[in-house]
Design a protein around this ligand. Sequence first.
Ligand code: KIV
Ligand code: NA
Length: 278
Amino acid sequence: RSKATIHTIKKLYRENKPIAMMTAYDYPTAVACEHAGIDLVLVGDSLAMVALGHEDTSQITMDEMLHHSRAVARGTRSGFIVSDLPFGTYHTDESTAVANAIRMIKEGRAEAVKLEAGRRAAPRIDAIVNGAGIPVVGHIGLTPQTAVSLGGFRVQGKSVTAAQALIDDALALQDAGCFAIVLEAMPSLVAETITRLLNIPTIGIGAGPHTSGQVLVYSDMMGIFDRFTPKFCRRFANLAPQMEGALAQYKNDVRARTFPQEGIHTYAMPPAAEENWR
Ligand code: KIV
Ligand code: NA
């Protein structure tokens, strides 16, 4: 598979082929995405919760995101890498937003950045896209970094007024230069309307089947996040019982001295040396 670029994503969109985005947090998850042919690899700040055990995503730092982004880059050859800018790194002013986006490209080895923002962030997005030449993915609807101000992890855009505000946000993000927008946790009908109004791809999560692509959190779809599975997630695997079963078996075999097995998991001295040794 050849290296995906921004043109690959545009082509999928033009040809009406749904775009598959998946989160990856480290080298092995990136390699798994690579082997599966995932189009867009997202180093999501959901890793704060699913990989680092934080309550929400607001605590994770730029340096922590850079560390994970670099690990994902080492395992990615063909996927297009988008890394989340964490909470607080693009909220204050244009030059801070641009400086952090540049760090994510140079130090995090990402190809694009994603940020959770509506129309009020348009000048900062414009500065990143058109000032620094860094591709940006927007993210509206349920924006986990600001879940506190939304009153928790809840579906957005359920009223006509709220849905209209999401449409205004989406159009402003497109005008500011985003090449794609993540739509999270909103009625299918609202996501469908936004998708129809835009001429850039929408990537849905909990936004129904009518978006230009889908994204899921790796740990949710693999069944390895212990706290909850969102309603919108399909578990494509249920790995936690298998992983825990393997660990229990390991412990058992260690206690029973049935692992390691002589002659299979062991190194031998050359016969002559062994003879002398004995
Ligand atoms: O951090 C993340 O995993 C995300 C996706 C849910 C879109 O932002
Ligand atoms: Na995120």
